[in-house]
Write a new protein. Structure first.
Length: 125
């Protein structure tokens, strides 16, 4: 069964995904986070991805205060909610060697650069 993914979806933190096209199994749209500690805060980033029936995956990339960042969401539609797992990969982070020293941008090791969690998005009417 073909799912209609188009529209605005808000997660439990107030971040919004707007899917503007879901034709031919391809997802296009935008993402805007509500979280001030996110690398994407204050930006609207383009998303691209795929969908197949109740399954969906989309990603975005951009530049935050510390450098390049990508995020991907993968999940499925259940009980009118888009249940997703997400991964953020950040190239660098702002850090200070000691309290009171200014922070500098430092490249991250692979094991430190990935963050993951889960979000539930509900359609905004």
């Amino acid at each position: 069964m073909t799912q209609n993914w188009k529209g605005k979806w808000r997660n439990q933190y107030g971040s919004v995904v707007e899917i503007t096209d879901d034709a031919n199994g391809k997802i296009e749209g935008t993402f805007r986070t509500a979280l001030e500690d996110s690398s994407f805060f204050g930006q609207e980033v383009q998303i691209a991805g795929v969908c197949q029936g109740d399954c969906i995956s989309f990603a975005a990339g951009g530049r935050g205060p510390a450098g390049d960042v990508v995020v991907s969401y993968t999940g499925m539609l259940r009980e009118a909610r888009m249940e997703t797992l997400w991964f953020v990969v950040a190239d660098a982070a702002l850090s200070a060697r000691r309290e009171g020293e200014p922070a500098t941008i430092r490249k991250l090791n692979w094991w430190r650069s990935v963050t993951t969690s889960a979000n539930t998005f509900e359609r905004i009417t």
